[in-house]
Ligand binder design. Structure first.
Ligand code: RP5
Length: 153
């Protein structure tokens, strides 16, 4: 188990099953995921408080999943210079296209690294890749993970 801690936040308890794979993937690399529900619209103060203090509280990255008018990742990015990885979630009348556009179309200067609709696993892998820039053991674990995926195909 490493000392790294990644926040996995989502806009609704109903997002849990789609975001749980992020926590599971982080765990396979020995990285602790702190999974929390907070909403850019329903509980904006909680988002500001949690994300605004995330760096001093030891988090290395924020993974944020939301559906429909999915502003959670962008709202998180407004409160931190930690890397924010956005996961647009499927559901609602537009089934994720709305969330994809809402998450990916950030204004210049405020990046959110947006993965595919329901791409929680890739969000976690991207967080690991960011950490692996300076962590040799994690880099080796990523290489091993790629080898497993190659063997599967
Ligand atoms: C978003 O609205 C949430 O992330 C969720 O995906 C969607 C619907 O939320 P619920 O009405 O199911 O709580 O904020």
């Amino acid at each position: 188990m490493s000392d790294y801690k990644v926040a996995v936040i989502m806009g609704s308890p109903n997002d849990r099953s789609k975001m749980e794979p992020a926590a599971e993937t982080l765990a396979t690399f020995g990285i602790t995921a702190d999974v929390q529900v907070m909403s850019a619209h329903r509980s904006p103060a909680k988002v500001a408080e949690f994300v605004g203090s995330a760096r001093e509280n030891g988090y290395a990255a924020i993974i944020a999943g939301a559906g429909m008018a999915a502003h959670l990742a962008g709202a998180a990015a407004a409160h931190t210079t930690l890397p924010v990885i956005g996961v647009p979630l499927s559901g609602g009348a537009l089934n994720g296209v709305d969330a994809l556009y809402a998450t990916v179309q950030m204004p210049r200067g405020m990046p959110v690294a947006t993965v595919a609709v329901d791409g929680a696993v890739n969000a976690a892998l991207l967080a690991v890749q960011i950490l692996a820039v300076t962590d040799h053991e994690l880099a080796e674990a990523l290489t091993a993970d790629r080898a497993v995926r190659a063997a599967v195909v």
